[in-house]
Every structure is written in C-alpha cells, then in structure tokens.
Design a protein around this ligand. Structure first.
Ligand code: AMP
Length: 284
C-alpha cells in the first residue's frame, strides 16, 4: 500500500492504471475510520482491480462553529486498517494541497443542498460536492462508494454526477451499526457515557417509525409526531429535524410509501448525530 500526498502524483498513478485497463474503486473519507468505512472499502476492494481511499478532513464542509479543529485524525491507525483491508493507495493531501491560495471554484447542487442537513449546516454540501468533484478528477474512479448513513450526501453526489456527466458509477452501501443500534460515526467518540446511552433514541425512533408503518400507518405527520415525542423524552437533547421525504428527490411526502426516507438529526450537547432508514416492502 502506498500513501500519496500530492495531487499530480495521485493523478499520474491513476491515469496510468486506467490506461492499462485496470478498474479503480474509490472511497472518499475524512478518516477516523470505523467498520462503516471498512464496509465501503471491502466493496471497493472486491469490485475493482485497484482500491483507492482518500483521507482528508475537508475544511470546506465545516461551518464556522463546527468541529473542524477537534475532528479526530488518527492517521497512522487509519493507514494500518487500510493496509489490512487490502487498499492499494491512500490519498492523504494537506489542506493547502487541495485548496492552495487563490482556490475559487465551488460546486453547488441547487435545490437538494439547502434542505434537511443543508438547512442546519449552510454551505456544508457545497463543501462536500466541491471536494468530491475534485477527488473524482484526481482519482478518476470507475466506481465510488458512499454510505447510506449520509443519505442526503449520496443523493447530492448522484445528482452532481448525473448533471455534470461525470464518468463514475456511484454505489451506496448500507449503514453499519453498533450491536445496540447506534449507527457508527467518527463523531461517536465525542459522546459522554450518558450521551452514548441517550444516543440510542435515534435508532429507537426509526424503529418506532418502522413499526408504525409496518402496522399500516401511512400518515407521515403522525409518524413524525410519535418519533419527536420519543426523542423529546430524553433530557438535554435537541432535535434538528425529523423528516419523511422521497429517498431520491428529498421532497417531503404526506403519505409514507416505498422508497420514503425517514431521517433524523439530533444534538447531544455539542455532538450532532444523524440516522435514517428507507422504507421498503410496503403493499399499498
Ligand atoms: P466520513 O468519513 O464521515 O466523511 O464518511 C465517509 C464515508 O463513509 C461516507 O460515504 C459515509 O456515508 C460513510 N459512512 C460513515 N458512517 C457509516 C456507517 N455507519 N455505515 C456505512 N457507511 C458509513
């Protein structure tokens, strides 16, 4: 496994691989890797000749009051995991390499970027789309792998790829969870014991929604109300949103149906967690 920090070098390596007919599977990450990331890497590893992982804490996608400075950066540990998973190249650029003085271009996916997460985190998805577009140009992947955990991000990346006719296939992989249901996230390390306990309310609220829908409830407002009530029982927890939207368009739905995305974002003190499920298998 090779760690590459320079754009031109990574680009040359990937261009050469492509010329010789080798397929590239790519997993963009911000590091602090866990089993969620590992599942994407395994998919990239088995589905392609070459597996490339980027580890870059992207300053563009953090708001001014967000956790850019304290975001965990255990690079040596991440690199060891990548090696163990059979990754060929880790791309690990410095911020100045990605955004040198004078960097002025941004990619904005209008419409999808200012709702849900985007409403609470203005500019976040502009930062995500910009870095992913640049990474795609550097790595030139055949297939790039994203997690369902960040459902809106996956929708936005798909839209960007379609709009800009980027020659890359997007695969979205299922959310990996702790045994007790908490979706794995690099931010889970911020949680105190108490908050870790309380954080189960996310997957519990989604479970409740699933139960209601399986039981025949189709009224989205009713489901949202019950979820909110369950979450609000925890002290010191702030709900950013509970939403039921179409999983592809992200437009709110009045009635829950197949392919509805049920998404929650909750703050535990200064730590913000998100989770979601997609409704499937409904009959009418
Ligand atoms: P991040 O490092 O947080 O930017 O995440 C990198 C990629 O890993 C994104 O595509 C995420 O959606 C994905 N990811 C993060 N957590 C999980 C998880 N628990 N299960 C599956 N994929 C995940």
């Amino acid at each position: 496994m090779q760690v590459v920090t320079k754009i031109d070098k990574m680009q040359r390596i990937c261009a050469r691989l492509k010329r010789t007919g080798r397929t590239i599977g790519f997993v963009p990450t911000m590091g602090a890797l866990h089993e969620g990331h590992a599942s994407l890497v395994r998919a990239a590893r088995t589905g392609n000749d070459t597996a490339v992982v980027s580890i870059f804490v992207n300053p563009l996608q953090f708001g001014p009051r967000e956790d850019l400075k304290k975001y965990p950066r255990p690079f040596a540990k991440d690199a060891r995991l990548c090696r163990k998973l059979g990754v060929d190249f880790v791309f690990h650029p410095a911020p100045e390499e990605m955004y040198p003085q004078g960097f002025g271009t941004s990619v904005e996916v209008a419409g999808l970027s200012d709702i849900l997460e985007g409403a609470v985190r203005p500019g976040h998805f502009r930062g995500v789309a910009t870095v992913v577009a640049k990474l795609f140009n550097i790595v030139q992947p055949d297939t790039a792998y994203f997690g369902q955990k960040d459902a809106q991000q996956a929708v936005i990346i798909r839209r960007m790829v379609a709009d800009m006719a980027l020659p890359v296939k997007i695969k979205v992989m299922p959310t990996i969870r702790e045994k007790d249901g908490l979706a794995l996230s690099s931010r889970n390390v911020y949680l105190s014991r108490r908050q870790r306990q309380d954080s189960l309310v996310l997957s519990k609220a989604l479970g409740l929604a699933q139960e209601m829908v399986s039981g025949g409830q189709r009224n989205a407002e009713r489901v949202i109300e019950k979820m909110r009530a369950l979450i609000a029982r925890k002290q010191g927890v702030k709900i950013d949103y509970v939403a039921i939207v179409d999983a592809d368009e992200l437009a709110p739905v009045a009635r829950v149906r197949d392919n509805s995305l049920i998404a929650v974002a909750v703050r535990f003190g200064r730590t913000r967690l998100i989770d979601n499920i997609i409704v499937t298998g409904l009959h009418g």
